[in-house]
Design a binder for this molecule. Structure first.
Ligand SMILES: NC(=O)c1ccc[n+]([C@@H]2O[C@H](COP(=O)([O-])OP(=O)(O)OC[C@H]3O[C@@H](n4cnc5c(N)ncnc54)[C@H](OP(=O)(O)O)[C@@H]3O)[C@@H](O)[C@H]2O)c1
Length: 335
């Protein structure tokens, strides 16, 4: 089986390579693709150097699975061509809300893979992927009515350039130099920005609307969700403060048990100094961590919790590779 990665030189592309190195995915040839800027450079995979190829001239007929991680504009331009020959797993937002494209977090809704119509499968936005994972077992037990979520998102969610800029800005602040933001709307070093992606007419940002619409598509159209998405001066891992209103009563013990038993989730909630997870500890880890689990005493059947996950893994690379594993395990669902 041949595999290609579009955007192999970027944050998500490189993480896909790291995840593939750790997994035992049967693979004959690996093709690493990027723009003409990076074509000709070399990336090492399992001890061998692979030359980066130019996406513009690549022939997809030799590939069985292609990961796209190069942004929505590249997905729009190239995926149709790639999907004529290859199953495509897309990390961008371009196809996520297409009714003929399954939007998948494998532990939550791999049954939607039975319905692949365009040879394209979409990976959710990073903040949605880490949210729906712990929501799934709780929704199965207690039925979620409404969610209020505030995110604390790292700069790696925007790509490699914003990560470099956070480091540069931090140095500049410490050296008392003037700052000019390039990838952010305000200074990000030592600051917090309540704005990710473009504004919609109603005042919400597209990042917030993605959480609303993608949660409905993956989990249940009946769930109401309202979100505030915020960028923090953190390099990797997103955090989320989540308030949930259930239809049915619950106990904290039952919530912990359900989360602990759900594949991909890990409860760290000691109710003492340091007995919770922060973005720093979640970096490089496959699990989505849940802490600060407590009852919201201001409403009926209300729960608060704190969710932290490596956005480049659960929110992108790990999730994409797990989709590929699910496809292979099920013999490509008859394709
Ligand atoms: N970061 C996250 O947490 C996250 C989570 C979920 C989804 N995503 C999505 O994943 C995608 C990639 O994000 P990222 O964070 O990895 O971005 P990134 O670090 O900026 O990397 C972008 C990649 O796209 C390639 N690229 C850019 N223009 C191209 C072109 N014209 N033709 C071919 N390749 C081109 C770049 O190659 P060059 O080296 O040639 O420039 C690079 O490999 C985005 O759609 C993003 O929304 C990201």
């Amino acid at each position: 089986m041949n595999i290609a990665i579009v955007g192999a030189t970027g944050n998500v592309g490189r993480k896909i390579l790291e995840v593939l190195e750790k997994k035992d995915l049967a693979m004959d040839n690996l093709y690493l693709l990027a723009s003409s800027r990076s074509a000709g450079s070399k990336i090492n995979f399992k001890g061998n150097d692979h030359e980066v190829l130019d996406l513009e001239t690549f022939d997809f007929s030799k590939v069985k699975i292609t990961f796209f991680a190069a942004g929505a504009k590249i997905s729009e331009k190239f995926i149709e061509k790639a999907a004529k020959h290859s199953l495509v797993i897309d990390n961008s937002s371009f196809y996520r809300m297409d009714p003929d494209v399954p939007l998948i977090v494998p532990q939550v809704n791999s049954d939607h893979l039975n319905n692949i119509k365009k040879n394209i499968i979409a990976n959710p936005n990073c903040s949605t992927a880490q949210l729906v994972l712990p929501l799934k077992p709780l929704h199965d037990l207690f039925i979620i009515k409404r969610i209020v979520v505030s995110t604390y998102q790292s700069v790696s969610g925007g790509g490699k350039a914003p990560m470099d800029e956070l480091i540069e800005q931090t140095k500049s602040v410490l050296e008392n130099k003037k700052i000019q933001s390039k990838n952010f709307t305000k200074q990000i070093a030592f600051n917090v920005i309540p704005h990710i992606d473009l504004f919609a007419d109603d005042g919400y940002t597209k990042e917030e609307l993605k959480m609303v619409n993608e949660t409905k598509k993956i989990l249940d159209n009946k769930i109401d969700l309202t979100a505030t998405c915020v960028r923090l001066p953190v390099l990797v891992s997103h955090s989320e403060s989540v308030n949930i209103e259930f239809e049915k009563p619950f106990t904290i013990d039952k919530v912990r048990e359900a989360l602990d038993n759900f594949e991909g989730c890990k409860v760290i909630d000691e109710r003492s100094d340091g007995g919770y997870t922060t973005p720093f500890e979640a970096e490089g880890r496959d699990e989505t961590f849940i802490s600060r689990i407590r009852e919201d005493k201001t409403i009926n059947n209300g729960l608060n919790m704190w969710i932290v996950s490596d956005n480049l893994l659960r929110g992108a690379a790990l999730n994409s590779v797990e989709i590929a594993e699910a496809l292979i395990k099920n013999n490509f669902y008859g394709k």
